[in-house]
Design a protein around this ligand. Structure first.
Ligand SMILES: Nc1ncnc2c1ncn2[C@@H]1O[C@H](COP(=O)(O)OP(=O)(O)OP(=O)(O)O)[C@@H](O)[C@H]1O
Ligand SMILES: [Mg+2]
Length: 246
């Protein structure tokens, strides 16, 4: 099975070319990190993978679990197991966390032809997951991200991931002002959730985050494509001498 293969992907927005013959292969169970200067196209890549329709796909393929993601819309991709944690999480006032997550998981179960969860069994699962992640039960009654602190948004993101149980999770953590606590929430959450079956794409400017997560591969992106790949030592190289020599 091809897990994820991005082949010669060209993407533009308002006529401006952002992804430029982009190629990347991720196998099941692997953690990949992408670093790169501001504006190199990292968030664009994340959004295009998740199915954001603001971008124009000029050519290329994104094969995920043997089908082309480009043929699927944002909900279908989520149901197939793609998850995106945003660089700037959206606040959704009036949409309560508990019913939202319940309907998300149920639409995934329904799609897999598995029995859906009733309110009581879902509430139990959610409480247990929240407890494991150190999330206060009061937070589960609130609207998504509304009035959340940066750290709370991170906790919610991890909770949402652990409930939806995606095969492929993308974290766009660029310049979002992760403080020490938020960094710990994200890294512990990912490390707890990571197993042989799921894969991750972590977008970050911080070597520190990668030291905790220990990705299998690190890539540097510039002008819409990967210009260098290596292991974790590539992240230290960048931390020391910046992107200019890459
Ligand atoms: N909705 C949009 N409208 C216009 N231009 C856009 C839009 N989204 C992205 N761009 C442009 O595409 C380029 C790549 O942006 P992108 O957000 O993907 O970069 P990035 O690598 O994530 O940067 P950062 O490290 O700052 O997060 C930038 O020049 C940006 O201005
Ligand atoms: Mg970005």
């Amino acid at each position: 099975m091809i897990f994820l293969n991005i082949n010669n992907l060209n993407v533009s927005i308002e006529g401006k070319k952002i992804l430029n013959d982009f190629n990347l292969n991720i196998n099941q169970g692997e953690v990949h990190a992408i670093m790169g200067p501001n504006g190199s196209g990292k968030s664009t890549l994340a959004n295009v993978l998740a199915g954001n329709e603001d971008y124009e796909i000029n050519s290329g393929k994104i094969i995920f679990k043997d089908s082309d993601l480009l043929d699927l819309n944002i909900e279908e991709r989520a149901q197939k197991g793609v998850f995106l944690a945003f660089q700037y999480p959206v606040e959704i006032p009036g949409v309560n966390i508990t019913p939202f997550l319940q309907s998300s998981i149920n639409s995934k179960l329904k799609n897999e032809k598995k029995p859906e969860l009733d309110n009581l069994s879902f509430a139990k699962i959610l409480r247990k997951k929240a407890e494991e992640l150190g999330i206060n039960a009061d937070m589960l009654k609130r609207s998504i991200n509304t009035g959340f602190s940066g750290g709370e948004k991170k906790r919610y993101e991890i909770l949402q991931m652990s409930v939806l149980n995606p095969d492929f999770a993308i974290f766009d953590e660029t310049d979002s002002g992760l403080d020490v606590d938020a960094l710990r929430i994200v890294t512990e959450g990912i490390n707890k959730f990571k197993n042989k079956k799921n894969s991750f794409l972590i977008i970050t400017h911080y070597q520190k985050l990668l030291n905790y997560i220990r990705p299998d591969h690190v890539h540097v992106m510039r002008n819409g494509k990967i210009v260098k790949s290596g292991d974790i030592s590539l992240a230290s190289e960048i931390e020391e001498s910046g992107y200019q020599n890459i």
